[in-house]
Ligand binder design. Structure first.
Ligand code: 9MR
Length: 366
């Protein structure tokens, strides 16, 4: 139905230049609306500039998303430039206000992460440091936005088997301060200050069959089992969706991982979806590359949609023009891995997500 609608609209508009990023006439039903048909959300990372009313992008983020996730503004180092300085909430407040005006729900990202720290926080290492700096940060941010944020990535990227700890935890300043207990403490602080929010652990590199990803899945499951077993208020798990066409996907492995998360009573979100292309992708046509990226996202999202625990899907940006993957390395300078192209026109990935959302037969109970 959706495809027919789009095709007839596109036929009607053939030859007419689009009047900017997605003219209103040619706009299909938004991904957020399609995801809602099975009780789910679709969202994207946004910056406060993307969603400023006077900006160019806001129409697209408005039309496509039911959920927005601040890409960087809520991180500790974005709020507090230097350890001990007063937080600057102007950018986060702007996103919260824009979301309220446009009726978007907000996922909070993220309270505890070893990157993007205030200057001086890298050296924190004692329990007293946690009490003096980290605990007040978590309480302040979750408390300030207790009515605005429906889901928080409380702890981000806690697992790193290559760091050599027997429990597979990443060695970070937070780990130095409290050991493994920092994760539970962070969740308890967030739950106290924002009792209605759903609280997520969020981590990456979990979708593929490679051994190093299997070790990461083991680390995540061990940590979650421990948290759930101890009655810590953890409600969901966010799987960063930074997919990579160079890695091997095994549907059975992925389904078993999803089942283990479900058995823990958790909900699941695909967070940060985008696709990294192989460096030799440049030898193929852009159209073929976009189809390949769409297929990569499609095979994973379609399996995840079979889980009633899946609450939603968030892409890490909407347009390739703004993708962090392009900024990350010269090899990826024209990476094709998001639902909209450089000119903010839909790519095959958008069509794939739209079809999958529209045809989902396993709703998330709301
Ligand atoms: O895409 C984000 C970029 O704009 C920020 O500068 C950066 C540092 O705050 O974080 C990027 O987002 C990361 C996310 O928060 C956690 N997973 C990896 C993402 C890409 O680095």
């Amino acid at each position: 139905m959706l495809l027919l609608d789009r095709r007839s609209l596109l036929t009607a508009c053939a030859g007419l230049p689009l009047a900017g990023p997605l003219s209103a006439a040619a706009r299909p039903v938004g991904l957020g609306e399609l995801a809602a048909r099975s009780g789910r959300y679709f969202g994207s990372a946004v910056t406060h500039l993307d969603v400023a009313d006077a900006g160019d992008h806001v129409r697209l983020f408005d039309a496509e998303c039911s959920v927005w996730v601040p890409a960087w503004e809520m991180k500790w180092g974005a709020l507090v430039a230097k350890l001990g300085a007063a937080p600057d909430y102007r950018a986060t407040d702007a996103i919260v206000a824009a979301a309220a005006r446009r009726g978007k729900r907000l996922r909070g990202h993220t309270l505890v992460w070893h990157e993007h720290l205030p200057a001086g926080a890298e050296g924190l290492s004692s329990q007293a440091d946690w009490q003096r700096f980290v605990a007040p940060h978590i309480a302040a941010v979750t408390g300030r936005y207790r009515d605005a944020i429906f889901e928080w990535d409380v702890v981000n990227e806690a697992i790193e088997p290559y760091d050599g700890a027997a429990n597979l935890m990443r060695r970070t300043p937070f780990y130095a301060m409290l050991g493994l207990d920092y994760v539970a403490e962070a969740f308890r602080l967030a739950a106290d200050a924002a009792p209605a929010a759903r609280l997520y652990l969020n981590d990456d590199h979990l979708y593929y069959a490679e051994d190093w990803q299997e070790r990461r899945r083991t680390g995540v499951l061990r940590l979650l089992e421990r948290l759930v077993g101890a009655g810590v208020p953890v409600h969901g798990f966010g799987m960063q969706g930074h997919l990579d066409t160079r890695l091997r996907f095994d549907e059975g492995i992925f389904r078993r991982f999803l089942a283990r998360l479900e058995d823990l009573g958790l909900t699941i979100a695909i967070t940060e979806l985008d696709v990294t292309e192989a460096p030799d992708a440049g030898g193929r046509s852009v159209a073929a590359r976009r189809r390949r990226a769409a297929a990569e996202a499609g095979k994973i999202v379609s399996v995840a949609l079979d889980s009633p625990a899946l609450t939603g899907v968030v892409t890490w940006g909407l347009s390739d023009a703004d993708s962090w993957l392009r900024r990350r390395s010269p090899d990826m300078a024209d990476n094709q891995g998001l639902p909209f192209d450089d000119a903010y026109r839909p790519t095959p990935m958008r069509d794939t997500l739209a079809s999958l959302f529209a045809s989902s037969r396993t709703p998330h109970p709301t």
